[in-house]
Design a protein around this ligand. Structure first.
Ligand code: ASP
Length: 280
């Protein structure tokens, strides 16, 4: 309960100074609501935020150019220090993320398709597989959007109206595959650095990973950058990201496939219910 109350900042400036990400996000959401209400009147501030975002993305891109060298050095020192155990732990991390994604697709998506959409999940996966394979090869939800909309409309019978509202929205804010990776990575990094996590830390990880995944852009690798926010929130070392950067691409491909499947699942459920309503 205290964690939830703590999300509301009493002083946003001191939350910024302390790097309290949850409070910052809550503050940003309030400002966003204000901007949405005021529309034209606050066009200047809106453009300021947009341009600040452009500058930050450019700087991140510059920094990411040096990432392979940093990752090489950190992975080499991790393996040098911990021996082959480090390779084993990285492998275990990878397998955990993959199992989490499979479980999420096989259980969560399938169950909600069956229960809420009263449809057959196997049928859904059969029809949507072509889009999943494009997401897998591009590792970008945004780049896959045209294909995933076309696949949902043609193979799953989702109407254009539903598809063109739900899927673009989902491609921007619904990234559950990314959230699965971020939560697993946070726990993995806490174990590598032997920093114990309390139950309340786990709850904070769940909330922050969900929020961080909403803020993740649908392009390759951004989920890993947003992971810094999750780590910060529970006091884990951000350098830990370097340990998983080397193996992230393959996980990025898998989680992107999962991200766009979540959007299509939602569109499919709405569409199936809509069809049933129209048939009555
Ligand atoms: N590549 C992911 C996507 O486009 C985002 C990420 O997790 O890095 O959905």
């Amino acid at each position: 309960m205290e964690t939830i109350v703590n999300i509301i900042p009493t002083n946003p400036i001191s939350s910024m100074a302390a790097g309290d990400m949850l409070q910052l996000i809550a503050f940003a959401v309030f400002i966003g609501i204000g901007l949405a209400f005021l529309g034209e009147k606050t066009q200047g501030i809106y453009s300021l935020f947009e341009q600040a975002n452009e500058i930050l993305m450019l700087l991140v891109n510059f920094i990411m150019k040096t990432a392979p060298y940093g990752a090489f050095a950190l992975i080499a020192s991790a393996i040098g220090g911990a021996g082959l155990d480090a390779v084993g732990s990285m492998g275990a991390y990878m397998i955990t993320v993959i199992l989490g994604l499979i479980l999420h697709a096989g259980l969560t998506y399938s169950l909600i398709i069956w229960l809420l959409g009263r449809a057959n999940p196997i049928q859904f996966y059969k029809g949507f597989l072509p889009a999943m394979s494009v997401a897998f090869s591009t590792a970008s939800s945004s780049a896959t959007l045209p294909v995933s909309m076309k696949t949902a409309q043609e193979n799953l019978g989702v109407s254009k109206n539903i598809s063109s509202f739900v899927q673009p929205l989902g491609a921007t804010i619904n990234m559950d595959g990314t959230a699965v990776m971020q939560a697993t990575a946070a726990v993995f990094i806490s174990q590598v650095y032997a920093i114990p996590l309390e139950f309340s830390d786990i709850i904070v990880i769940i909330i922050t990973a969900t929020l961080a995944s909403i803020g993740t852009a649908g392009v390759p690798g951004v989920g890993l950058i947003m992971l810094a926010m999750v780590l910060n929130q529970v006091g884990l070392p951000v350098e830990g990201i370097a340990l998983i950067i080397g193996i992230d691409r393959i996980l990025d491909m898998l989680r992107t496939a999962m991200n766009i499947t979540g959007d299509a699942t939602c569109a499919y459920i709405i569409s199936e219910n809509d069809k049933r309503k129209k048939a009555i």
